[in-house]
Ligand binder design. Structure first.
Ligand code: ADP
Ligand code: MG
Length: 650
């Protein structure tokens, strides 16, 4: 009995022709067991989709064989046309899904039907809770083949790889692992999946039901999906259920909304509705057609480096690859769908796809098309556009860093959170609108970057800007630190971080009142600053009176020319930066604590120096905590704080 819990990363992998003649029990990868558990017990929302998944796999197998046959035509000889056939047997409560595609070797059966291929999905599954919404999310990865266990309590897979002699039988009850053995019952080429339907799933062996499901979910499949006559209905030929033919190659007017949606659900492995559908044909120097979707929700693997490309590449209706990163730039990786080129050679190899000039032109064309579509949507339906931006803005902004060719458009498409009150569109603003709100004398677009919006809103760095009514954009995506530097300016206004030192605030807003200026003359402050400079030497670059603070006593700022605080932290997390430059500590002269300290410094009473040094260290740690950094020495910090509070209570 195989152990369900044990991880079987590399099941025995004898070469295909030397497998044992007897049935061999193997264990599922741990994540598969978890998935099967969910599939069989929790994922009941729509059982019909098992058929979509299995038909989709059969069609994929046909696609892959057609591709291989471009260079090895003999692979197609012998067996039937490329198609997927459903063979129901209501009396026996069985359903077979048969394809004449590429088939699987023994090793492929073990690998494909015993593990979860994408590391991202496996990781996601291992973290998955039991909440209904989370469970439904796994549809995003395509429960794929394993969805068969929603309707079957036993599944047998008979398969023969095109061009191979041996056929193999895989069998499982979806619980205790699976077995693989050699068989003579495999199709001449391709795969036959035999489902032993569950007690309550017998209707999946009824032709009427199957016809309906294929129409609903698989009409767009490009190979014929056939239904063979059920037991007892002898004589008649299998009936083709779907429209077949490549959906993207049809004129728009002949494609229904339902077909688009089906197609999207299939290519994107998604349950949601597409946010946008782009169906087009480009003619001229380079000819290609495309059917692309922008998903309505964020795919889970959007930031997973091991994710596969979401856009399939076809050449003259022949599937070439679904793992080509050259079709769309990485910063449009949320796109799902198909691109079909008329100009690439059919026998295009993977190597040929790299740096291919035709593909580069297609990518360019697609990029333009998608961006101009987004522009239109942003203009006409700003509210709907916000949904898109919240899902994919962080990815789109990568284009501002990686690609310099689309700055104007991308800056127009970008949306920002800001300190301005009462922004419409769910609190997002455009850069153009920011410019219209800013005072004439303001020279820069002020930004503050951090990990989290709530934290940014409370940042002491903003106090002075807020007091003067100067709007600051709040940036929370890691990429923000990078593109703002690369792009530099928007309509000649530089992006400038408010965490930088310098007399920025003097230049804008109302001039300081004479009263404020007087306050600064107060001798105690200068003495205090001088004392702190000495006692905090090495720990900070300088200690200064702050103009940016109105409520908080202290904050840290980066010196002009030094790397920004948040960026330094980001780089350090990724081991890209060894030494963070020391910062400038700013004190708020108006804060009672600082005022009291200044007073102490002025009188320079006995023991005052020591006291100020202690408080200085506390203030520095406080400023660090406000920045999201730990105190320099947490134990000492705690001791000092406790000491001070005790003194205060006495
Ligand atoms: P996906 O289709 O997203 O890769 P599935 O779980 O549906 O995930 O299938 C896993 C893998 O099993 C496929 O990638 C394919 O390699 C293989 N496979 C499944 N069904 C078939 C089939 N009918 N013919 C050939 N290979 C298949
Ligand atoms: Mg599949």
């Amino acid at each position: 009995m195989p152990d369900n819990e044990s991880q079987t990363d590399s099941p025995q992998t004898d070469s295909a022709n030397t497998g044992p003649a007897t049935s061999e029990p193997l264990a599922f990868q741990a994540e598969v067991s978890r998935l099967l558990d969910i599939v069989a017990n929790a994922l009941y929302s729509n059982r019909d989709i098992f058929l979509r998944e299995l038909i989709s796999n059969g069609a994929d197998a046909c696609d892959r064989l057609r591709y291989l046959a471009l260079t090895q035509p003999e692979l197609l000889s012998g067996a039937a046309e490329l198609a997927v056939e459903l063979r129901p047997n209501a009396a026996a409560k069985q359903l077979e899904i048969v394809d004449s595609g590429v088939g699987m070797t023994r090793d492929e059966l073990i690998e494909n039907l015993g593990t979860i291929a994408h590391s991202g999905s496996a990781k996601f599954l291992s973290q998955l809770g039991d909440k209904k919404t989370e469970v439904d999310l796994i549809g995003q990865f395509g429960v794929g083949f394993y969805s068969a266990f929603m309707v079957a309590d036993k599944v047998e897979v008979f398969s023969r790889r095109a061009g191979e002699q041996h056929g193999w039988r895989w069998e499982s009850d979806g619980r205790s692992g699976f077995t693989v053995e050699e068989t003579t019952e495999a199709p001449a080429r391709g795969t036959r999946i035999l489902l032993h339907l569950k007690e309550d799933a017998g209707d999946y062996a009824e032709p009427l039901r199957l016809r309906h499901i294929v129409k609903t979910y698989s009409d767009h499949i490009s190979v014929p999906v056939k239904l063979s006559p059920g037991e007892g209905e002898d004589g008649s030929e299998p009936e083709t259920l779907n429209s077949a033919g490549a959906l993207w190659a049809r004129p728009k007017s002949e494609v229904t909304e339902e077909q688009y949606q089906q197609f999207y659900h299939d290519v994107a492995h998604a349950f949601d509705q597409p946010w946008q559908t782009l169906h087009f044909k480009a003619e001229g120097m380079i000819e290609y057609s495309g059917l692309l979707f922008i998903p309505g929700t964020r795919p889970l693997d959007l930031f997973d480096p091991s994710r596969r490309g979401g856009v399939k590449l076809y050449v003259k209706r022949v599937f070439i690859t679904d793992d080509c990163t050259e079709v769309v730039p990485t910063w449009l990786r949320f796109l799902r769908g198909v691109v079909d080129s008329e100009d690439l050679p059919l026998n295009v190899s993977r190597e040929l796809l790299q740096n291919n000039p035709v593909l580069a032109k297609i990518r360019q064309g697609l990029t333009k098309r998608v961006l101009s579509d987004l522009e239109k949507k942003a203009e006409k339906e700003p509210e709907a556009y916000v949904t898109f931006w919240e899902n994919f803005g962080p990815v789109l902004k990568e284009g501002l860093y990686e690609d310099s060719g689309h700055d104007d458009t991308l800056l127009k498409l970008a949306r920002f959170k800001s300190t301005a009150p009462d922004l419409g569109d769910a609190g997002w603003t455009t850069l153009a609108d920011y410019l219209t709100r800013m005072p004439e004398e303001q020279e820069a677009i002020y930004i503050l970057a951090g990990d989290d919006l709530e934290q940014l809103v409370r940042s002491p760095q903003l106090e002075g800007f807020r007091a003067k009514g100067i709007e600051v954009l709040l940036l929370t995506d890691p990429i923000d630190e990078f593109w703002t530097v690369r792009v530099g300016t928007y309509r000649d206004k530089p992006f400038r971080s408010v965490t930088r030192a310098g007399g920025e605030l003097d230049k804008v807003g109302e001039a300081e009142s004479a009263e404020d200026a007087d306050e600064k003359e107060d001798g105690g402050l200068e003495t205090l600053l001088a004392m702190l400079r000495v006692s905090l030497q090495g720990k900070v670059k300088d200690v200064r009176a702050s103009k940016r603070l109105t409520d908080s006593p202290v904050c840290l700022v980066a010196d002009e020319g030094d790397i920004d605080l948040h960026l330094a932290r980001l780089l350090k997390q990724h081991q890209r930066l060894d030494d963070t430059p020391t910062r400038i500590l700013e004190l708020n002269p108006k804060h009672p604590l600082v005022a009291a300290l200044s007073e102490t410094a002025k009188t320079a009473a006995a023991g005052a120096g020591e006291n100020i040094e202690e408080v200085g260290l506390l203030l520095l740690d406080q400023a660090r905590i406000l920045e999201g950094e730990p105190p320099l020495d947490p134990a000492a910090f705690s001791r000092r704080l406790a000491g001070l509070v005790a003194k205060g209570l006495n």
